[in-house]
Design a protein around this ligand. Structure first.
Ligand SMILES: [Zn+2]
Length: 397
């Protein structure tokens, strides 16, 4: 079942319908050196693991992982998911798993490698272990995989039967990743608040309320700790930020389900993947997408809170190094045709952008995409109007 289907199911969810949630991995082992002690847990799932990862992450993880597997007398094989978490790669990974007679899949790496490993495990009904090597996403946690073209353009996502059976978060591995990946993870994690509060902020359902509030807590933790964490990789604060981007972000996806996940920030990301050739990573595009979403709320709704939030985020982005505008994503010289293409894909009929509480025209989205760093509309020239808007909001509430 794709998340589009599950979204439909969840949006019509009431307390009397049957709810199926995949909230969390069955087990999480976390800590410095965690991988070295994961052998006994992995061995419970099978004796013939297939390790799925990219060339780089395999080279980082295998020196620790292979002795662990050997000690437990497990017969392992490795397979590269290149060029992407795409249908071609998934087909060849399924072949490798069958040839090896794999009985457990171990995903190592960033979001795409883990998505590929999880999806293979789902399709072949095998247990899945995830070992993230960066703090760039919560893919190690969630029951969701994104599928891309061989060239890296986002195609669709797949809701999985369950979250991974085991997640091993070893800080020593995450620390080997470039700092930029954790910065991107911070962008992807804060998006949960800006998107969930729009799509689900008015929900009366217990689990959705809990997820939205956790998204706010996650954002606040990252506002408070990110700058210090990035200055001192490996420190206590850095670990707390890694926990936030890899684990807590996953908890929110798990509790909230598909309804709580995405709105315009991820829709803009999805559109950009069709014109980017890999200069920027997922969370960077999503972070930029949050600014576009706020800009839309500001331009089309006259939303003062969105205007303030965008200015607050621009300061935060400058502090941690997240992209504020297209040129920061390496897209400073794209043509109008390319901008329009990205916007059209973001506005496709089934896109999550339509969860915004107002309609967005192509020209409006394109305008928002090129004005993410504009001075706030509301405060300077239209003070009176802003005041009345705030008052009318108060009256409505
Ligand atoms: Zn994301």
């Amino acid at each position: 079942m794709t998340s589009e289907n599950s979204n439909i199911a969840l949006s019509t969810q009431t307390s009397s319908t049957i709810l199926s949630l995949s909230i969390a991995p069955a087990k999480v082992i976390r800590g410095s050196g965690a991988l070295a002690s994961a052998g006994e847990y992995i061995a419970r799932f099978g004796s013939r693991p297939l390790i799925v990862g990219g060339k780089h992450s395999l080279s980082v993880v295998e020196p620790t992982l292979l002795p662990v597997l050997t000690e437990k007398q497990l017969h392992f094989a490795s397979s590269n998911y290149a060029p992407d978490c795409s249908e071609t790669s998934l087909k060849s990974l399924r072949k490798s798993a069958k040839e090896h007679k794999a009985d457990v899949i171990i995903g190592v790496g960033g979001g795409k490698a883990l998505d590929a490993a999880k999806l293979i495990g789902h399709q072949l009904q095998l247990n899945v272990v995830t070992i993230p090597t960066s703090g760039a996403t919560c893919a190690a946690w969630t029951a969701l995989s994104n599928v891309y073209s061989d060239e890296g353009a986002f195609l669709y996502d797949v809701g999985l039967e369950r979250c991974p059976d085991l997640l091993v978060l070893d800080y020593d591995l995450v620390q080997t990743a470039p700092q930029r990946t954790l910065v991107a993870g911070i962008g992807d994690a804060i998006a949960k608040w800006y998107e969930a509060s729009v799509s689900s902020g008015h929900s009366q359902q217990t689990f959705i309320i809990a997820a939205v509030q956790q998204a706010r807590v996650l954002r606040d933790i990252l506002f408070q700790k990110s700058a210090a964490a990035l200055k001192t990789p490996g420190s206590e604060e850095w670990r707390e930020v890694v926990d936030a981007t890899v684990l807590l972000a996953g908890v929110i996806g798990g509790i909230g389900g598909a309804q709580c996940r995405t709105v315009a920030a991820h829709a803009v990301h999805n559109g950009l993947t069709h014109i980017c050739s890999g200069e920027s990573i997922h969370g960077e595009k999503v972070a930029y997408g949050i600014l576009v979403q706020l800009r839309l709320e500001e331009m089309l709704q006259g939303n003062l809170l969105a205007a303030t939030a965008r200015q607050q985020l621009l300061k935060f982005y400058a502090e941690v190094g997240l992209p504020q505008k297209l040129s920061d994503l390496g897209l400073g010289d794209i043509t109008l045709v390319e901008l329009q293409k990205a916007a059209e894909i973001a506005l496709a009929p089934k896109s999550d952008i339509h969860r915004l509480p107002f309609k967005v025209a192509l020209e409006q989205l394109m305008a928002a995409m090129v004005s993410t760093t504009a001075p706030s509309d509301g405060r300077d020239s239209t003070n009176n109007w802003v005041t009345s808007r705030v008052m009318s909001d108060e009256v409505e509430q």
